[in-house]
Design a protein around this ligand. Structure first.
Ligand code: GAF
Length: 385
């Protein structure tokens, strides 16, 4: 079997289980260029799959046993029974493959047992969708190996179901859509109401820019209360306004909305409504002028998340401010918030300066050193070998 990016997963598989896997599948992480907390409001998002991925080497077993091994950590092999999977039986990262199996079973798919070795380059808990990367790799593998042949839109819903009902995080469809639909050189403009998707060219280097990620290393979990409370506020806002989802509210409706609800709910609503508009403006700007034109929209998105949605944190604000002061044309936190990563669009000539400025700002405030790296749009979940 050939090596390449699959090599470490294959090596771990041979060492742990013996013999060869049936194949190796990859699920990339993602950054979201813009469109945060709009997905579960049936609105718009603009993520891209990144060139960091979870790789799973997998071989079907005949006895209904699932054995899981990861090259990260010291947990060794976790063993589960394919029959009667529930949240309590799975611990640590095994909830992600177990959740996918459970969601496929719920759709009537007869999933066999399997041995799986995971090797991931997506930093865990970094807000770059390390968990969805695993889920999308496993879902793509099992979709092929069972012959289920689900279309991408169903894989999106199955992995969302795994997150919502098995893992326990009330998330939308942003992350798995990026991981499953990614395409090198492109961002994905997704309408979360009907899953219609368009590829929008995003070639930062051609515009003399790099996409710098600042992983604050502040851990976050969407199964914690912050994410769910934002979602609940949005649902309340939609109910008060008499619409199916906040997608159906326009910025012109905001003045009237202000008088109909408490201030906190109004600001949550305003973030979502203005963020949807910023996504549409970003897509138009990218198409007309390319990545160099979207900086102010990224900045406005961050301010809205910091002040109206209140999901930023001092480390994310520091990353954004330091990168901006060192020449970034735009910067924002990316993902669910409360920690995780920020992205900054930085002129290639200023990259070293921006990196030093962010490191220095973190040190000055006594924060843990962040991880800095650049990313590019990559292909979505697929079989590697
Ligand atoms: C997390 C969730 F998983 C997504 O569904 C989305 O809501 C995002 O936070 C915020 O845009 O990544």
């Amino acid at each position: 079997m050939s090596a390449g990016p699959a090599e470490r997963a294959i090596g771990a598989f041979r060492e742990t289980f013996g013999g060869e896997p049936d194949g190796v599948w990859a699920g990339p992480g993602r950054v979201n260029l813009i469109g945060e907390h709009t997905d579960y409001n049936e609105g718009f998002v603009l993520p891209f799959a990144i060139d960091l991925a979870a790789r799973v080497a997998l071989r079907v077993r005949a006895d209904g046993v699932i054995r899981l091994f990861s090259t990260a950590g010291t947990a060794g092999v976790t063993e589960l029974d394919i029959a009667g999977l529930d949240r309590e039986s799975a611990a640590g990262w095994s909830v992600y493959p177990a959740g996918v199996v459970w969601a496929l079973q719920e759709r009537g798919i007869d999933v066999p047992g399997f041995d799986l070795a995971l090797d991931s380059t997506v930093p865990l808990g970094s807000g770059l969708s390390s968990s969805h990367a695993i889920e999308c790799a496993v879902a793509t593998a099992l979709n092929e190996l069972t012959g289920a042949g689900l279309p991408t839109s169903d894989l999106v819903l199955a992995t969302q179901r795994a997150e919502n009902a098995f893992v326990g995080a009330p998330t939308g469809i942003l992350d798995q859509s990026a991981s499953l639909r990614g395409r090198a050189g492109h961002a994905i403009f997704l309408d979360c109401r009907d899953q219609s998707a368009e590829l929008v060219p995003f070639d930062a280097p051609a515009a003399g820019l790099v996409t710098l990620v600042v992983d604050t290393r502040v851990a976050h979990s969407h199964a914690d209360g912050g994410y769910a409370s934002r979602r609940a506020a949005c649902e309340l806002g939609a109910e008060v306004l008499g619409v199916k989802a906040l997608r159906d509210v326009s910025t012109g409706d905001l003045d009237e909305a202000r008088g109909l609800m408490d201030d906190v709910t109004f600001r949550r609503v305003r973030h979502v409504v203005t963020e949807d508009e910023r996504v549409l403006d970003t897509v138009a700007a990218l198409r007309a002028s390319g990545p160099a034109a979207i900086g102010p929209l990224l900045d406005a998105s961050h301010a809205s998340m910091r002040d109206d949605f209140e999901i930023s944190c001092p480390e994310l604000d520091t990353a954004v401010e330091a990168a901006r002061a060192a020449g970034a044309i735009g910067a924002r936190m990316t993902g669910g918030g409360f920690g995780g990563s920020a992205i900054a669009l930085v002129p290639a000539d200023d990259e070293a300066r921006a990196r030093s400025a962010v490191m220095a700002a973190f040190a000055e405030r006594g924060f843990r050193s962040p991880r800095l790296f650049t990313v590019s749009p990559a292909d979505g979940a697929r079989r590697l070998v």
